[in-house]
Design a protein around this ligand. Structure first.
Ligand code: ATP
Ligand code: MG
Length: 213
């Protein structure tokens, strides 16, 4: 029997919505079902892509052009796809990714104001049609997310103003209505309720994978 290709799941939402927390929830669900998986993140996931992440997020005196930021993210994404994501999927492993291209639309597009068509061109070039099978958008009022994050030192992205995060949130919600692969999760619920909502989506994804490899 040919090797079943893994499923590709991305988690989206701005800082403090609970992505890392719920990657833990997803890991436990997959482990319980003996499904092999790898957890990774963007920007990052390979040594070079992690260096590009550092370059992008470091606080610096020099003004960083929004298009430079976008190109850094897509350069990291190319490396991540070729060296980690595609090989893992081909081995039959699931890939659980903390942010993917929807974040480029939300942050550099809606947040920074870059033309969405420009992002779509890079997406087509770098991904060549490859998209996550399921994208969980954790949706939370940025004021509440900020409260959850208050104790942490801020990187260059996290130092943006509240209005920036409101644009990012509206960007994610605008994307959510464009494809069936998006599932919006109310991240303002208790941790248990969020985990339960994620379990529903993941269980459906597992059933689909088992019946339609
Ligand atoms: N449903 C929830 N209710 C209350 N607190 C939560 C909930 N989910 C996560 N938290 C807490 O909020 C904080 C941020 O969560 P987490 O680190 O998972 O967010 P994140 O989306 O990964 O953030 P970042 O984008 O900065 O990595 C943590 O302290 C976490 O314990
Ligand atoms: Mg996180």
């Amino acid at each position: 029997m040919p090797q079943r290709i893994g499923r590709f799941i991305s988690l989206e939402g701005s800082e403090g919505v609970g992505k890392t927390t719920n990657i833990g929830v997803i890991s436990q669900l997959l482990e319980a079902r003996d499904i092999p998986f790898v957890c990774t993140r963007e920007p990052g996931g390979t040594p070079l892509a992690e260096s590009l992440r550092d370059a992008m997020l470091t606080q610096r005196a020099e003004r960083v052009d929004a298009l430079t930021e976008l190109l850094l993210v897509f350069a990291a994404r190319m490396q991540h796809l070729e060296n980690l994501i595609k090989p893992a999927l081909a081995r039959g492993e699931w890939v659980i990714c903390d942010r993917f291209t929807d974040a480029s639309y939300a942050y550099q597009g809606y947040g920074r104001g870059l033309a969405l068509e420009r992002i779509a061109l890079l997406e087509e070039w770098v991904q060549d049609g490859l998209q996550p099978d399921l994208t969980l958008i954790l949706d939370l009022d940025p004021t509440l997310a900020e409260q959850r994050m208050r104790a942490r030192a801020k990187d260059r992205m996290e130092s943006e103003q509240l209005e920036f995060y409101q644009r990012v949130r509206s960007g994610y919600l605008a994307r959510a209505v464009t494809s069936e692969r998006y599932k919006v999760i109310d991240a303002g619920q208790t941790m248990d309720a969020v985990a339960a909502a994620i379990e529903v989506q993941l269980t459906a994804c597992i059933s689909d994978w088992q019946t339609r490899p």
